[in-house]
Design a binder for this molecule. Structure first.
Ligand SMILES: NC(=O)c1ccc[n+]([C@@H]2O[C@H](COP(=O)([O-])OP(=O)(O)OC[C@H]3O[C@@H](n4cnc5c(N)ncnc54)[C@H](OP(=O)(O)O)[C@@H]3O)[C@@H](O)[C@H]2O)c1
Length: 331
């Protein structure tokens, strides 16, 4: 088989030194989740996200033996599709491959491969699955978000954050975006935030005021020491949805707060939940395609890097400089 260019993680020494550009044989049409079957995709753009950064340090739960090709999602053109797939050779697709995306050819399970709506380019397609499926899963399924409710989104200029702003709006909710800088405020506005608030000692008061007494849902990919203030920002019946810990520390809470205020903390771990539920993936994919067509969902690509500069892309995430989705242009 013809060799392809790919990025491997060769050691767990961080984004400066862990990566190498290599030539590898093209992958077989088989995915670890669907052994012996898979959709083979000619990769045009690969999405870069937090898990890949963590993998350069050996800090992510998915820990294949070294060396391996990271890259959880791609957009490109189908080269071959397994039986039963809803896509065919030649189709433009977005695909979640979990690993192997930082390469010219990647393989994904058929239930994680979706027709790419004509409204979106390949770079946007590479930002469609991880963040938007997570946002939909966290808000609609785990968070039970209802039309007319108000959502506070932490890290709102980031990948999950911008996705959550758009999905919440598509679900009929009002959004408040919390961001750390003026530049990120602009990104949150571009993503359609209803209101924006800068992180400060008083952010909680501003959120309370803007929401008329408290929000219904907090979507939290950041964690850390803001967590108690997130709980205090809820109105009665409100939910904090735990999505990630980019702030570095895993918060601990005194659960009497939940009792006193009649509130909830809900965990939302997308990958583990949907991995064994092909029909749910298809349903969420269809909902998101509708949101794209209706103009609510359009992934925001913050920066492009060529494949060989994948390390710089991961450093941008590490240094908190990333906005929207960072994408590798593979072809
Ligand atoms: N639960 C799930 O199923 C699931 C799925 C996908 C992703 N995730 C997780 O969600 C988290 C967010 O992912 P993402 O792709 O949105 O990341 P991202 O684009 O880098 O955005 C993360 C945001 O976190 C904030 N932040 C606060 N402290 C930070 C720090 N010390 N370093 C970096 N960022 C910091 C930043 O916003 P400000 O500067 O405005 O504070 C940043 O914009 C990650 O932990 C990821 O693993 C979870």
């Amino acid at each position: 088989m013809a060799p392809m260019r790919a990025i491997q993680i060769t050691e767990e020494s961080g984004p400066d030194s862990a990566l190498a550009l290599v030539e590898l044989p093209e992958p077989e049409p088989s995915h670890m989740l669907t052994p012996g079957a898979g959709v083979v995709v000619e990769v045009h753009a690969a999405g870069v996200s937090f898990p890949e950064l963590l993998q350069t340090r050996g800090e992510y739960q998915l820990k294949p033996p070294l060396p391996f090709v990271p890259g959880s999602e791609v957009a490109g053109i189908v080269l071959s599709a397994s039986a039963g797939a809803q896509v065919s050779p030649g189709d433009r697709v977005a695909a979640f491959c979990a690993l192997g995306g930082f390469a010219e050819t990647a393989v994904a399970p058929e239930f994680f491969t979706f027709a790419l709506p004509s409204e979106l380019d390949f770079a946007q397609g590479a930002g469609l699955i991880l963040n938007y499926h997570t946002a939909y899963f966290a808000l609609a399924i785990r968070g039970r978000l209802q039309q007319g409710e108000t959502v506070l989104v932490h890290g709102a200029a980031g990948g999950v954050g911008t996705a959550a702003l758009q999905v919440a709006k598509a679900l009929g909710a009002r959004t408040i975006a919390l961001v750390s800088t003026e530049a990120k405020r602009l990104v949150a506005e571009q993503a359609g935030a209803g209101e924006t608030v800068l992180v400060s000692d008083t952010w909680r008061n501003e959120v309370k005021e803007l929401s008329g007494g408290g929000v219904d849902v907090v979507l939290d990919p950041v964690g850390g020491d803001r967590f108690t203030d997130s709980l205090r920002s809820l109105r009665e019946g409100g939910r904090v949805i735990v999505v990630g810990f980019t702030g570095g520390s895993i918060p601990e809470v005194r659960v009497n707060r939940l009792l006193l205020a009649n509130t909830e903390i809900v965990g939302a771990g997308w990958g583990a939940y949907v991995m064994s539920k092909p029909d749910l993936n298809r349903e969420v994919g269809a909902e998101l395609a509708r949101m794209v067509q209706e103009g609510f969902v359009a992934p925001i690509v913050g920066e492009h890097f060529p494949l060989e500069r994948a390390g710089e892309a991961l450093i941008a995430i590490d240094e908190r400089r990333a906005t929207g989705k960072i994408v590798l242009d593979v072809r």
